[in-house]
Design a protein around this ligand. Structure first.
Ligand code: NAD
Length: 333
């Protein structure tokens, strides 16, 4: 039986990944500061602890794993990573986690190591046109990410690649583009735009309005969690060692995303544009490399995933949790 370690197993992508790996018959150990908030973990073994602590890493890596999935990071949506208020903490926490995990992999051995990077590594100047942003993998240099979160991801990508070169460690790097789905952050200040939009629509009375940050003409693409996992597993088990985009290439404006959520909800709402943290003007996933190297690329329409996500968020709102506002997952300094 394959022994697998999932770092960040209490998070959105990590908790879904654990379920998928269990369905495939793996023995899974999860590690995270917290258990998954919305359903019990499917992991065989779950260590609750801080991956910034090398002693915790030593405990988690007390055996050789055929796969190590590194998804732990100090992260959140635009309201968390683009305000500037959390920059030092985001960089310090995530870099420390990656330093520790790589050393633990080197010392204890790991069959393959997966690192979850981000579309936030791409240069800001290639993403100023909302209709024609560039995220072809090779355009990441000369580097100019628009957030410290992106700079940390780029630094860590390089560190994973260096460990791969110098220690013969097989690493796989995905650059995720806006992954969404049920059982993700939706009201704790770390939620991303699809969850935030679904929550606002679910909370609004028909005929009312919802707030959208900026003019809503900024563009993005959004990938449903199932296809994110499919792409990640295919990448992990492929022979391709370089960073690859894992995202949808169905680009929409934030206004279009909001209108889609309204249509799904059957509500007629107006959009109230207010100032807020925005990120780049346009972003879409360039899927040419993934299609070439893996013979596969995401293909599901946004609407299919948004329907499932809206249904889950509406259920959370109806069960009265929206007003309670979950406490933030706190990461001590
Ligand atoms: P998430 O915040 O839900 O999961 C990250 C998990 O890491 C959390 O459960 C958190 O508690 C854990 N963590 C943070 N600090 C830790 C520490 N010191 N020790 C142990 N655990 C710690 O995020 P997610 O959406 O599941 O993202 C997973 C990975 O994918 C992250 O690395 C993220 O940067 C990357 N990513 C995600 C997206 C996306 O759209 N969701 C996009 C690009 C990249």
């Amino acid at each position: 039986m394959k022994s697998v370690l999932v770092c960040g197993a209490g998070g959105f992508i990590g908790s879904h990944l654990v379920k998928r790996l269990k369905r495939e018959g793996c023995w899974v150990r999860g590690v995270d500061l917290k258990h998954p908030p919305f359903c019990p973990t499917a992991a065989d073994d779950f260590i609750q602890g801080d991956l910034r602590d090398p002693a915790l890493c030593a405990e988690a890596f007390d055996r050789e794993f055929s796969e190590v999935w590194q998804l732990a990071a100090d992260m959140g949506g635009a309201g968390y990573i683009f305000t500037g208020d959390n920059d030092a903490q985001v960089m310090h926490n995530s870099a420390q986690i990656n330093l520790n995990i790589l050393e633990a992999c080197r010392q204890h051995g790991a069959g393959r190591v997966f690192y979850s990077s981000s579309a936030c590594v791409y240069p800001e100047h290639n993403q100023t046109d909302p209709d024609k942003p560039t995220t072809e993998e090779g355009t990441v240099y000369p580097a100019a990410p628009d957030s410290e979160y992106g700079w940390e991801k780029l630094f860590s990508e390089r560190m994973y690649l260096a460990y791969g070169r110098n220690y013969g460690m097989p690493v796989r790097i995905a650059r995720y583009h806006n992954i969404f789905g049920p059982e993700g952050a939706w009201n704790d200040g770390r939620e991303k735009v699809p969850a935030a939009v679904c929550r606002k629509v679910a909370e609004a009375a028909d005929g009312g309005s919802i707030e959208i940050w900026g003019d809503g003409l900024q563009t993005r693409s959004f990938l449903y969690i199932d296809e994110c996992l499919e792409g990640s597993l295919r990448l992990m088990r492929s022979a391709w060692p370089g960073p690859v985009n894992i995202g949808s290439d169905q680009m929409v404006s934030i206004n279009e995303l909001a209108r889609l959520a309204m249509r799904i909800a059957g509500k007629n709402l107006s959009l109230e544009h207010v100032p807020g943290p925005l990120g780049v003007r346009g972003r879409n996933s360039d899927n040419r490399l993934i299609a070439r190297k893996l013979g596969w690329a995401p293909s599901q329409p946004l609407e299919a995933g948004l329907k499932k996500t809206y249904a889950w968020i509406e259920q959370q709102v109806m069960s009265g949790q929206a007003t309670a506002h979950r406490p933030r997952a706190t990461i001590p300094p």
